[in-house]
Design a protein around this ligand. Structure first.
Ligand code: MG
Length: 251
């Protein structure tokens, strides 16, 4: 099942994707379940929003060996965690803004895990029960600031630097699906999810042993190699086989 969040004339609502339409839900799916209101809307006719409003975005660095190598880092022995603020989140179709502080902003397509319930100290075996579903994330990064600042808060945390969407796929197991980003139709990153060093459920367990995850929180699981600069006017497509395609223009 694919759960989208959309604007109904300014009111955020959820809907279940059914072909080209959404079957509108009566309330918040994590609170009220999947009861539908009977209303249906065409996806093309509504503005999709970020499918979740996380309290925090936990990011995993260097989880694909080829990406660690391309930025001159070693693959860590245990997951490398950092955060993006929730003010960085934008939805499908929203513009990525290039901050004047950076001369080199790059895209990073990542599989995003969306948490479904309070998650603290869960084992890998328990982790799946705590996952609501999966979506596509883009860990937009000011690469020059990542290397000039001691911490990554600024380089990863600018407003609009966390596009998420287009919806949450609740029936998905990360295996060897293709993960691919394109800029203006040209492929920039292409790998499979099998290339991840730490698997999504291992990451949910690991993160939960360090910080408490809340319903709606997001873990972005690291970027494959092929990161590249984005410029004003570009159109970024991030596609994960079996999940969907997240499209964002650069302002
Ligand atoms: Mg990243």
């Amino acid at each position: 099942m694919r759960i989208a969040r959309f604007s109904d004339n300014g009111t955020p609502k959820y809907g279940v994707v059914d072909g080209p339409e959404l079957a509108v839900l009566s309330g918040h799916p994590l609170v009220d379940g999947y009861e539908t209101s009977g209303e249906r809307v065409a996806i093309k006719e509504v503005k999709l929003l970020s499918p979740t409003l996380p309290s925090k975005i936990v990011c995993i660095g260097m989880n694909y060996s080829a990406h660690a190598k391309e930025i001159g880092q070693d693959v860590p022995d245990e997951p490398l965690m950092f955060f993006k603020p929730n003010t960085a989140v934008i939805g499908p179709g929203d513009q990525i803004q290039l901050p004047h502080q950076s001369q080199k902003v790059e895209l990073e397509i990542e599989l995003a895990v969306v948490i479904g319930k309070l998650t603290k100290n869960v084992s890998v075996a328990e982790a799946a029960e705590h996952v609501w579903g999966y979506t596509v994330g883009n860990d937009v990064t000011a690469r020059d600031l990542q290397f000039s600042d001691l911490q990554w808060a600024r380089s990863k945390g600018f407003d609009t630097f966390c596009p998420i969407g287009p919806w949450i796929e609740t029936e998905f197991d990360a295996e060897d699906q293709v993960i691919e980003s394109r800029v203006n139709g040209e492929v920039r990153q292409k790998a499979t999810l099998a290339d991840m060093n730490f698997k999504p459920l291992e990451l949910v367990s690991y993160v939960s042993e360090n910080v408490t995850l809340l319903p709606g929180d997001v873990i972005v699981t690291g970027s494959p190699a092929g990161i590249s600069k984005i410029d004003s006017g570009d159109v970024i497509e991030c596609e994960i086989e079996g999940v969907g395609t997240l499209i964002n223009p650069v302002a």
